[in-house]
Each structure stands twice: as C-alpha cells, then as structure tokens.
Ligand binder design. Structure first.
Ligand code: GCW
Length: 686
C-alpha cells in the first residue's frame, strides 16, 4: 500500500517535469509578472536589455525599472550601478550586464542592494579551437557552431539563430569576446571569403557586447599572400599585415585583434626567420594599434631539448619582459605544462612585471574526462587565481597580478578554451555547461567562490518550474548536488593523478590512463614516463635544486617552500620531488600506500556521486536525469580503470601490496594496456 501511494506521488511529480535537452542552458526562467522599463534611448544592445527584463522579470508586478546611461568615473566601461529599480552604466554593454545581474538575483533569490559592480578583467574571452572544416580540436560536443567547411560559407538563418543564442548566453555571464578559430590556425582564415563569414558572425555577436577576434597563422603572408617570407621585419610582410588589417576593419569595425600561437608545436613564428617573439608580436601590434586592436601572444612553447618542459616558457619569455608593445598581452596557460588535472601556477604570472599577462584556462575538458566525466572546474580555477605568487609581497595572487590591481597595464584579460559545439546541450555533458558559466562568472569577478557559482548555476539550470517543497529541493537536490560539484575536481585528481602526478595519459586521446606509454623513437617529453619518472627507487619529477631546479623560477618564499619536503604541499609533492616508495607521508603512511588511498578515494567519490544523483531523480526531468546518470556510470567505470592501471603499473616498481583494507583491482594491467592500444586509431600526438 505504502509503495503504491509512493508510486502515484512519484508519477504525479515526474510527469510535471517536461523533458529538456539542455539547450536553454542557465537561461530557462521566464517572467512571472509584468514590468515597465524606461530607457531614453534605442539601440540594438539597449533593446536587448529592455526585452530581457520583460521576458525574465520575477520582481514586484508592475514595477518600473529605469535604464540610464551616465558618466560616472567610478564605473569601468562594462561596470554598472545596481538597485532594485534602476541600472546606471557608462556604456550600453554596462546596462546589459546590469540587467542580467538583476535577473539572476531575482531568479536565484539573492538580495538586490544598491551596489557598484565593476568587472575584474576588461577582456573576458572564449577561445574556440574550431577548424574551418567544422571539426574542433579537443572539442567533445559535436562540430563547430561557426564553421561547416570551406565550401560551405553561406550563412543560414539557423546559423544566425544559434550564434545569437550563443552570444546571449555569453553576455548573460559577462563574456565579451570570442576568438572564432583554432590557435593552430589555418592561413586560409584570412582569405577574403572566410573573412566574409567572420563578418557575418561578428554582426550577430556585436549587439550582445561581444567583440570578434581571430587566431592567425604567422606564415599567412607566405601561404596566402604569395610572399617569399613572413619575416616580421621585412617591409613587404609588414605591408601585407597592414593591408590585411585594413580589410578586416572595413568588414568588422570593432574587430578585437589577433591571437597567435607561434613557434609552438610546429606552428610557424618569428623564430623561423631568426627573429624573436617580441619582433613578431610587436609588428602585429603596430598594425592593429591605429584601430585599437590587440595581440594576444601565447607563451605555450616547449621544444624537445633536455630542459625540463615545465621551465621552458619562462626561460623563453622572461628575457623579453618590457619589450612588448602596450597592446600586446602574453597569454599564459594556468600551469607550466598543459592543462593537467592539477598543476601549480605558471611562474610567469607576476614575474613579467613590464608586460601584460593574461591567464588561459581550458574549459573543454581535454585532460579531465572530456564530455564524459562530471568535473566542475571552478574549484581548480579558484585555486589557481588565488595562488599567491609573492611577486610583489604577500597577497600577490595570480588574480591580482593579471587584473591590473598590481601592475599598471592598459589591457587586462582572461581567456577560456571553449567547450561548445553543435550538440543540443552545447557542451556534451549537461554539467559541462557549469564550466562555461563558471568561466564567465570568474572572468567577471575573479574573487567569486566556487560554492556561490555552483549555487547560482544549479538554481538557474535545474530549478523545476513545478513547485516542490523548497525544503526537499534544497535538501535532496541543491545541497548534495552542489557538494558533488565542489568535490568533483578533487575526485578526478584522486583517481587520475594524485599527489602532483601529471601527464600520465595514454597517447593521443588524453582520456584514459597510459603511464606505460613510451615508444622508443618518440619525443621523451610526449611520453608519461618522462613525467612520472617511476622506477625501483621511487616516483616523481625532481624539480628541486638537485634536479631541474624549476623551483627557482618561483619567487621566495615559494622557491624554498616548494623545494623543501617539509613545506611542499602534498598536492604538488611528485610535481617537485622524486621520492622513494616508502617515503613517510604526513598521514603516517608510506608514499605507496598514500597513492593507493588517493586512487581508491577517487573511485569511492564517484560512486558516491552516483548515489547523490540517483536520489535527486524526482527533481530532474527524465531526459537530463538519465543523460547524467549514464555518464556517471561511465565515469565510475573509468575511475576504476584509472586506479587499477596506475596502481598495477606502478606496483611493478614499488613491489608493495595495495593496502589490504582497500578494494582490490578488478582489471588486469594487460587488458587495460590492450584497450589503450585499441583506442589508438590515429598516430600519437603529445
Ligand atoms: O593542450 C594541447 C593540446 C593541443 C593544443 C595545444 C595548444 C590547440 O593537446 O591540441 O592545440 O595544447 O594549446 O596549443
């Protein structure tokens, strides 16, 4: 009887939740009451602001809201003053951001006080690694929303609708720029035909306050311009770029500028012509200067030399500090290697004191379970942004070293490599949308907590239109699911690469484990053993003064702290130290046992996530519920494989048993290695 009553209740509740494909992202709410909006002027942007208020108003019925353009010295370009009935800003985009803030607060139940709100960074950018043929490098959510092939450049209504939806989502979290193509840039990007399509995209993005940028190939003057060289000091080459800039600005008058990957992973750059990064970047900066454009020059460089890869970007860029033009920003990945599950911050942050430096984060989960694993990246980014570089004394966090609060810089910026594709839910995994959202929110306010961001996102994305008891929704959905999100990054670190291990992926796909992978003729720094250094004597990369001395690139007291075993945080232990298997950890366990505990803990955490999600079923529409449920199952299986692969492989060296109180491996090493070989369809890459 009890059971039948429960079932009836359950049915009534679940029927009430309409299936959702996730396409509406965090923008699902509609108005619950009418509002009167007063705005003295009309423009594409202001009209959007007015409409958004009307479409999403959940405040007092019949309220009058004033949108007012002012000249207020305390406001930065995109900043605004907010109250329950008025938004003031210096710019139209400021008004738009104020509107989204007001609506967000109404929809999440946060109070609206009189506040002045300025963004942390001037430029808050998405980098799309989209190729002109429609594929996306490291994209896991379908094909490109911008490009469908070089023979398919006509712009359809469907394209425009999608671009507008994309622009709206970005604007709602404060993102104000998009780089439309892959940093491994096709020179064809700058041909007139392709630029026409870029113009069409820019036209749709503009009213939402989003500027268009392009990634450019340094050899473009040779490849598409027919010149003999791309030497940045060659007058003809300069002229080619001047003419190209003129053409671009005639199509896109507010064009933002170029993003350049030069002399990195086979991409051409100034070094091919005996010139420096500064020569290359400055030439482009001069070309863009008259139009107000900027150059984002990436510092992701490393070569197959004997030098520790973690040291190379610093070595290569520090000598040029102060030599870059004011409209050049050096774009630096958060860590010194490459978007690993956990890295210490890149020592370039705060160290380049006379050059603007911007962080590059990776929203797409290349190394974090792609679109299968639920990993909320906000906690990782928060950890990074709040890391103290000590470069200008205590409190010189990465956030403060890059947002203009410490160094005098004309431009401040932050970029995230997008996880967006043509999938109905944009990001492949419903929870990967939270990473797009979190990137925007942190770019707007780099002091926000991940708990706050997760709370907002869950309320906006999952609050059922149907009324449940708010207590139930809070206790069974909001709190546990938020907790799951907040733990998810640490869980992934645990089951993939705990204690500072890094880059032990199987070749090419960067998805599953491959600590064994080391073909003889392959670049050493593209193989996991280079990074884990496991042997009979222990495990870890010695970056102390006895080893590569990468610690010396950090400012004191970090050099000493990281180099010293007593003070190096255990989360980075094997990043900086090579230690014997029986090394005594703070817990009292041996290093080997501690590793086993972390791997096992990661697996248990994901099992727990499955329970949390299953329990929340009645609060989620069936479509999104089962999509996430399936992915969590896959993640659990993968976590187990990670644990078994790494422990069984490393055990060959440690020769110690997995602590008997832990669950035993369920996979054989040979089977896992075979699975890895089968996944290697294409030739290996780094
Ligand atoms: O993370 C690595 C990726 C490459 C990428 C490169 C980069 C766009 O594996 O696919 O290329 O970094 O950031 O340039």
């Amino acid at each position: 009887m009890k059971h039948t009553v429960f079932c009836i209740f359950f049915l009534i509740f679940s029927i009430g939740l309409k299936a959702e494909d996730g396409h509406r992202l965090w923008l699902r709410a509609s108005a619950t009451s009418p509002v009167i909006v007063q705005c003295a002027r009309h423009s594409a942007t202001l009209d959007i602001a007015v409409n958004e208020l009307k479409k999403g108003w959940q405040g007092r019925p019949g309220e009058t809201v004033i949108l007012k353009l002012v000249k207020d010295k305390q406001l930065k370009n995109d900043g605004f003053r907010l109250s329950a009935t008025e938004i003031q800003a210096n710019s139209e985009t400021g008004i738009l951001y104020g509107v989204y803030e007001l609506l967000r607060r109404q929809q999440t139940g946060e109070p609206v006080r009189n506040e002045l709100i300025n963004p942390s960074y001037n430029l808050r950018l998405l980098n799309h690694w989209d190729n002109l043929n429609g594929t996306i490098e490291r994209g896991y959510a379908g094909y490109s929303i911008f490009w469908h092939g070089e023979d398919s450049l006509a712009v359809s209504d469907r394209d425009k609708k999608l671009w507008a939806e994309y622009a709206r989502a970005n604007a709602s979290v404060g993102i104000n720029g998009s780089v439309l193509n892959n940093v491994n840039a096709s020179p064809k990007m700058l041909t007139s035909e392709i630029l026409q399509r870029a113009k069409a995209i820019a036209d749709v993005l503009r009213p939402y306050g989003i500027k268009t940028f392009l990634a450019v190939n340094f050899a473009s003057p040779q490849v598409i311009g027919g010149l003999e060289t791309a030497d940045p000091l060659d007058p003809e080459v300069k002229k080619w770029w001047y003419d190209k800039a003129k053409e671009i600005y005639s199509l896109i008058p507010d064009f933002g500028g170029f993003l350049v990957k030069a002399n990195s992973e086979g991409q051409p750059g100034p070094q091919n012509f005996g010139r420096t990064h500064a020569d290359g970047a400055n030439m482009m900066a001069d070309v863009l200067l008259p139009y107000g454009g900027i150059v984002m020059w990436r510092a992701f460089v490393y070569d197959p030399s004997d030098e520790d890869r973690a040291k190379q970007a610093y070595n290569e860029f520090m000598p040029f500090d102060g030599q870059f033009r004011e409209n050049v920003i050096i774009q630096v990945k958060n860590g010194p290697i490459d978007f690993q599950p956990r890295e210490p911050f890149s020592p370039l942050f705060g160290a380049m004191k006379h050059t603007a430096v911007m962080p590059e984060l990776q929203i797409t989960q290349e190394y974090l379970g792609q679109s299968t694993h639920l990993v909320f990246l906000s906690t990782m980014w928060e950890e990074f942004l709040q890391s103290d570089t000590w470069q200008e004394g205590e409190g010189s966090t990465v956030a403060r070293c890059t947002d203009g609060s410490i160094f005098d810089q004309k431009y401040s910026a932050i970029a995230g490599v997008a996880n967006i594709g043509l999938d109905a839910n944009w990001c492949g995994h419903h929870f990967a949308q939270a990473n797009w959202y979190a990137f925007g929110r942190l770019a707007w306010d780099n002091s926000l907590s991940s708990a706050q961001i997760a709370d907002e996102w869950l309320k906006l994305t999952f609050k059922p239109e149907k009324q449940f008891s708010p207590i139930d929704w809070n206790l069974i959905f909001l709190l546990p699911v938020k907790q799951m999100m907040l733990e998810s990054h640490e869980a992934t670190v645990n089951y993939m690469m705990p204690l500072g291990l890094h880059h032990i992926f199987a070749a090419n796909h960067h998805y599953g484990p491959g600590p064994w992978w080391a073909p003889k003729d392959w670049r050493k720094d593209w193989t996991p053993p280079y990074y884990h250094q496991a042997g009979d004597d222990g495990i870890g990369f010695d970056r102390t003064a006895n080893g590569s001395n990468a610690v010396s690139q950090y400012h004191e007291p970090l050099t000493t702290q990281l180099g010293n075993l007593q003070t190096c945080p255990e989360a980075y232990l094997l990043w900086f130290h090579h230690l014997p298997w029986d090394y005594n950890m703070k817990s009292g366990r041996t290093l080997w046992d501690e590793l086993c505990y972390h791997y096992d803990e990661g697996v248990q955490q994901v099992r727990q996530f499955q329970k949390i999600w299953d329990k929340a079923e009645r609060f989620v529409d069936a479509e999104r519920f089962s999509a996430v449920q399936k992915k969590l199952r896959e993640q659990s299986l993968n976590a187990g494989e990670w644990k078994d692969a790494c422990l069984l492989y490393f055990q060959q060296f440690s020769k110690m048993p997995v602590p008997y109180e832990l669950e035993r491996p369920v996979n054989n090493l040979e089977t896992l290695m075979e699975k890895d070989r089968r996944m290697l369809h294409r030739g290996p890459t780094n």
